[in-house]
Design a protein around this ligand. Structure first.
Ligand code: ADP
Ligand code: MG
Length: 267
């Protein structure tokens, strides 16, 4: 599993924030030490974790502008066992202020370095734009998790994102990879969704997560209670789908791990 995962798609409303919050809760439920970073000025992930975005003392903005270290800008979540670096509208100013400054694209990466040993996985909820905030997430990340709705034009949008990933890889972050593509708000009765899904698998193969997130009203309701679906209705199809995704990610990690280390006596 990539230790720092940017949850990115420049299209709005595809399920980035829902995925960030619910995957954070699901990975935390499997005892992973999780940090969720909100880097979207809308602050939806912050609110979805039950944190009042207007009342936070320190936020991702302060970290990007060098006014706070990462550890001081993290808050615990009430209902789940993970931490959040919150965000709000102030991030818009940070985005503008950073532009053109030397090293501006690697501020998040640099700020995270001292806290990385406290976490097994860091998820970054990106804004619906390919701006300096998203670039900071992509430079800090090892993997990109792309949530997408299987609809017309979805693949076209994906091409733009894949190009951006290639640019970042060729420049400031050679390690960056597509960690996985996640089909969200999926309705199997919809023929177009099935067609787009088939094309997606044709193009991206194993990069497409087997776990599929169905359209589920509990996932849409949970944020208004400031809770991940797992802590709002743990039996809901939405909560179970995100648990399955966490399980798939962990299994993938174990498979890689089983192959990777050489036997001690082979040296
Ligand atoms: P993004 O962060 O990409 O803009 P969101 O996660 O905020 O997208 O999702 C957009 C809207 O769709 C929100 O109102 C959210 O509650 C709803 N939503 C997201 N995923 C699902 C789902 N699987 N089923 C039902 N509603 C969903
Ligand atoms: Mg969002």
């Amino acid at each position: 599993m990539h230790r720092i995962l940017a949850i990115t798609n420049q299209k709005g409303g595809v399920g980035k924030t829902t995925t960030s919050v619910n995957l954070a809760a699901s990975l935390a439920a499997t005892k992973r030490r999780v940090l969720l970073i909100d880097i979207d000025p809308q602050g939806n992930a912050t609110m979805g974790c039950g944190i009042d975005k207007r009342a936070v003392e320190r936020s991702t903005t302060d970290v990007l502008l060098g006014d706070s270290d990462a550890a001081s800008a993290m808050l615990p979540v009430d209902y789940a066992d993970f931490k959040v670096m919150p965000a709000n509208q102030d991030l818009v100013a940070a985005d503008v202020e950073m532009m053109g400054k030397p090293g501006c694209e690697s501020r998040l990466r640099d700020a995270l370095q001292p806290v990385m040993e406290q976490f097994d996985i860091v998820l970054i909820d990106c804004p619906p734009a390919l701006n300096m905030l998203t670039v900071n997430a992509l430079v800090a990340a090892e993997g990109v998790l792309i949530p997408m709705q299987c609809e017309y034009y979805a693949l076209e949008g994906l091409t733009a994102l894949v190009n951006t990933i290639e640019q970042i890889k060729a420049g400031p972050n050679p390690k960056l990879e597509i960690g996985g593509i996640l089909r969200t708000m999926y309705d199997p009765r919809n023929n177009l969704a099935n067609e787009v899904s088939a094309q997606l698998i044709e193009h991206f193969g194993d990069k497409v997560f087997r776990s599929i997130i169905p359209r589920n009203v509990r996932l849409a309701e949970a944020p208004s209670f400031g809770k991940p679906a797992l802590h709002y209705d743990k039996e809901s199809r939405g909560a179970l789908a995100y648990l399955a995704l966490a399980g798939e990610m962990i299994r993938r990690e174990e498979e890689t791990f089983n192959v990777a280390p050489p036997a001690a006596d082979a040296v």
